[in-house]
Design a protein around this ligand. Structure first.
Ligand code: ZN
Length: 399
């Protein structure tokens, strides 16, 4: 009850402009824009630095509130005065010492589909992104009351749909059937090693209360596009492709490596590996003339950027967790043009468990004890990743 009264008092406070004197702000908002239409409207605010946000709705009139730490608004003079799509206008300013707020007026009941801040990437500023979709009054009022009842630190996750609490991980053991992948000592093949790993990982993920599916659970071939499609069709929140590498010229090279997608490979070895892994469909004798699915739209670039940002967040966490459980490659984080990582809306990484050309690695990869320990570390990295995403309020409908 106190919280509710407080909330009303706070929202009734006038919003000051950027002129209010204060200590060094956490971030400066430098630009803002609206994109989209009546079916989906996005507010994007450029920030000089990343900042945590909380978004929730208020009724009568319908509004969406974004609470921020101390942010200085240096937006163009006309920002927020004209609307677009579901948004009629927005205001911004200091709410209280150390607290800033953006108040978005909406034309009708809406749902907060996404609300998050992207870290700065490649010279681009950090970005606050708010995605709104149409809703109805009843749902709107329910979500508003949920937000008000929830503890302050929990506001964004309270808005999330229940299913998001159990995000789906697609585990993708490489190769299979006609395509054995790399071969190791004593007739060991990559396809068997990665399948055993994937099954153990699935059990660990499920034990932690999350959902996981495999792209193959026996010795059958699955094409690279089919793997990507499986992740997208299932609305996967994360895809992890499991492989084991081999090198003919360097049996001293060892350790696990986490690969992400990039147009330009991080190094020559990563480039060669991607070429090799991408040959899977050719090895299996598939018709490669199938064009990749066409994805287009005004929000596509932003989706790709989000996916890339979350992928890199997970990849870094995965390396951190694996370090405690497995031998890591000298450069454990690399990137190249892996076809299996090309889902535009599913953060995807490819984990090479080690090198079958290294006797030590091969022995470990075939041992139950090592597999148990390593899958435990991967499951832990997945847990940490989703906990962070939920805390950020960024675990959206698509990824
Ligand atoms: Zn492979």
């Amino acid at each position: 009850m106190i919280r509710k009264v407080l909330a009303i008092l706070l929202t009734a406070l006038p919003l000051w402009g950027a002129a209010v004197a204060r200590a060094e702000p956490v971030a400066v908002a430098t630009d803002a824009r609206l994109v989209g239409d009546d079916q989906r409207t996005r507010l994007v605010v450029d920030l000089s630095a990343s900042a945590p946000i909380k978004a929730f709705t208020l009724a009568d009139p319908y509004r969406v509130i974004i609470d921020l730490p101390d942010v200085a608004f240096k937006l163009p003079e006309k920002a927020g005065r004209t609307g677009r799509g579901l948004i009629s206008a927005y205001r911004y300013g200091v709410l209280a010492p150390g607290r800033s707020r953006i108040v978005v007026d909406v034309k009708r009941p809406v749902a907060i589909d996404k609300a998050f801040v992207l870290d700065p990437v490649e010279g681009q500023p950090a970005r606050l992104v708010l995605d709104l979709t149409p809703s109805d009054r009843k749902t709107f009022l329910q979500s508003s009351s949920v937000a008000e009842k929830a503890p302050a630190s929990d506001v964004t996750s309270a808005i999330s749909a229940p299913e998001e609490a159990r995000p789906l991980v697609v585990i993708d053991p490489g190769h299979g059937g006609v395509d054995p992948g790399a071969s190791g000592p004593e007739g060991a093949s990559e396809k068997d090693i990665v399948l055993a790993f994937a099954k153990s990982l699935k059990a660990k993920i499920e034990a932690s209360g999350r959902r996981a599916v495999l792209t193959r659970d026996d010795d059958t071939f699955v094409s690279l596009p089919a793997r990507v499609k499986a992740a997208r069709d299932a609305d996967a929140a994360l895809m992890i492709s499991i492989h084991a590498d081999t090198l003919h010229d360097a049996d001293a090279v060892r350790g696990a490596t986490v690969y992400t997608l990039s147009d330009k490979a991080s190094d020559r070895r990563a480039e060669k590996l991607a070429e090799k892994e991408n040959r899977s469909d050719m090895i299996a004798g598939l018709d490669l003339s199938d064009e990749p699915e066409e994805v287009a739209g005004i929000l596509f670039d932003l989706t790709m950027r989000e996916t890339k940002s979350f992928t890199s967040q997970f990849a870094r966490g995965l390396v951190r967790e694996l370090k405690g459980a497995a031998q890591m490659n000298k450069n454990p984080l690399r990137s190249a043009g892996f076809r299996v990582l090309k889902a535009p809306d599913v953060p995807s990484v490819l984990l090479e468990l080690g090198y079958l050309s290294s006797k030590e690695d091969a022995r470990l990869m075939m041992s139950d004890a090592w597999r148990e320990k390593a899958t435990g570390a991967v499951a832990q990295a997945i847990d940490r990743y989703f906990e962070t995403r939920i805390a950020q309020g960024t675990l959206g409908r698509v990824n």
